[in-house]
Design a protein around this ligand. Structure first.
Ligand code: NBP
Length: 483
């Protein structure tokens, strides 16, 4: 059915690929009338005659028709490929909109693009929301985690709809709330994806430690992941890992072992790493996870190098090998560090971009519907409820105690992996971070001395007030016979 001015829709949606189609059906389920448009117009008919048959979804053949068929103030959601396509659609839409109308970008846009778009559209009198949406196809259809940011006046226009279609926690709270101004929503989605990279890498390392280090078969690993999914590691990613272990190929052997070990990526993990470098926050685990994917992608080089570079064979020595329980504890501890780093970065970003992020609320938004959903996020929410100004999650009593009980296992697993020649970039990065963060004194004094030696960059002294800078002619001291 075509949209008309007599039968105006509640919202328009542009972009009928996987995410767009499923969000439309989700909105329809909740009683909203959605008018749809897609660049390749034939896909509109395919959608209306296929998945949307029998629904109240209506079609628009052009953007003018779409705009004319929406209730004012118009709300138009873009679910198109991030980047140029978003800017192009905004330009094409503007001539058909009126002041006060709202454009929503639900794709994986970079937060700085969203910041720029919000400001530009505000100057022209339009409202803009850039929202993170997580949960993939299934989430979009049944209830995703939705992280909206942008022009604050836009939020009341879509609050009810967004919270209606979003996932809910077991207590019934919607996994959607206003995140903050301009790029805040897309920023939080970026961190979500970065944490997802970290979680996946940690699970992959645990899998290699069990498969190669302990030489467990897939049935045993499946049982292990199933058991882990009943405890503090309970999460969507552990659940699907458990299931993956059980899927056979045509020859009956585990399909996962036939999958090429070269990981892909779309860029949001990399953006998190770049932003952490820009803001000077040590998000080492997520960044290691991005590099681990990059290293895995050098498949041909690795195959050649494996014939040349010698080292231990990758299995644990029987007398010193860690147990599955040691690996579980190492995973729990590393995961705590990963989330602590992600929240450290958000804290700095909140200051830098003046967003006033609510960290407990962010944990709640990720509690259900999204890829990193887990019971663990409830603990993070509780930690910020206890202390909204918590400097670091590692300092919360709950997490501090877990780190204490997991620490010996964590060290044992990393040491055994190093001895056995099993790469554990994320496990070891998290442990090094933990040791660095709890060090009142690091060797950076030597770095400062070196910087002052070769570049007269000056240094502060431990026995003088901060902010007082000194310079030494280091080489002159040596010439003067002090060496
Ligand atoms: P895609 O990211 O594959 O985008 C497909 C849509 O973008 C189609 O409607 C396509 O139109 C349109 N499009 C493209 Br491609 N280039 C265009 C251009 N230059 N101008 C106008 N339209 C253009 O779809 P998706 O996987 O559904 O994802 C939509 C957004 O949601 C993306 O930003 C994605 O990163 C994000 N996201 C995806 C997932 C997921 O699990 N897939 C999860 C969370 C967020 P056409 O039909 O004419 O080619």
């Amino acid at each position: 059915m075509r949209v008309t001015t007599e039968n105006r829709a509640d919202i328009g949606l542009i972009g009928l690929a996987v995410m767009g189609q499923n969000l439309v059906l989700n909105m329809n389920d909740h009683g909203y009338t959605v008018a749809v448009y897609n660049r390749t117009v034939s896909k509109i008919d395919e959608f209306l005659n296929g998945p949307a048959r029998g629904t109240r979804v209506v079609a628009a053949r052009c953007l003018e028709e779409l705009a004319a068929g929406l209730k004012p103030p118009r709300k138009i959601m873009l679910m198109v490929k991030a980047g140029k396509a978003v800017d192009e659609f905004i330009e094409l839409l503007l001539p058909h909109l009126e002041r006060g109308d709202l454009i929503i970008d639900g794709g994986n846009s970079h937060f700085l693009d969203t910041l720029r778009r919000t400001e530009r559209l505000r100057d022209k009198g339009f409202l803009f929301i850039g929202t993170g949406i997580s949960g993939g196809e299934e989430g979009a259809r049944r209830g995703p985690s939705i992280m909206p940011g942008g022009t604050p006046e836009a939020w009341p226009l879509v609050k009810e709809l967004f919270q209606c279609i979003a996932a809910r926690t077991s207590e019934g709270a919607p996994c959607c709330d206003w995140v903050g101004e301009n790029g805040a929503g897309h920023y939080v989605k970026m961190i979500h994806n970065g944490i997802e990279y970290g979680d996946m890498q940690l699970i992959a390392e645990a899998y290699q430690l069990m498969r190669d280090g302990l030489e467990l078969n897939h049935a045993a690993m499946r049982r292990t992941f199933a058991a882990w999914n009943r405890g503090e590691l309970e999460s969507y990613l552990i659940e699907i890992t458990r299931d993956i272990m059980a899927v056979p190929d045509a020859d009956g052997r585990p399909l996962v072992e036939k999958v090429l070990d070269a990981a892909g990526q779309k860029g949001t993990g990399k953006w998190t790493g770049i932003n952490s470098l820009d803001l000077g926050i040590p998000v080492t685990l997520i960044t290691e996870a991005v590099y681990a994917r990059a290293l895995s992608a050098l498949k041909d080089e690795r195959v050649d190098a494996a014939k040349i570079l010698k080292g231990p064979k990758g299995t644990f020595k029987k007398d010193t090998q860690p147990t599955v329980e040691h690996i579980r504890k190492a995973l729990v501890a590393s995961k705590i560090v990963s989330y602590a780093q992600g929240f450290m970065l958000m804290r700095e970003a909140s200051r830098e971009y003046r967003w006033h992020l609510d960290f407990g609320n962010i944990a709640l938004m990720w509690r259900s519907g999204c890829i990193i959903r887990s019971v663990f996020l409830e603990r993070i929410k509780a930690a910020y409820d206890r202390n909204p100004n918590l400097a670091n999650l590692l300092l919360d009593d709950y997490f501090k105690d877990i780190l204490r009980t997991c620490q010996a296992s964590w060290r044992r697993v990393v040491a055994a992996a190093v001895q056995a020649g099993i790469p554990v970039p994320a496990f070891s990065a998290s442990l090094s971070f933990y040791d660095g963060y709890r060090s009142a004194r690091l060797p950076a004094n030597l770095i400062q001395a070196q910087r002052d030696y070769f570049g007269a960059h000056t240094y502060e002294r431990v026995d003088q007030p901060r902010g007082t800078f000194f310079h030494t002619q280091w080489s002159a001291h040596l010439r003067d016979g002090n060496a």
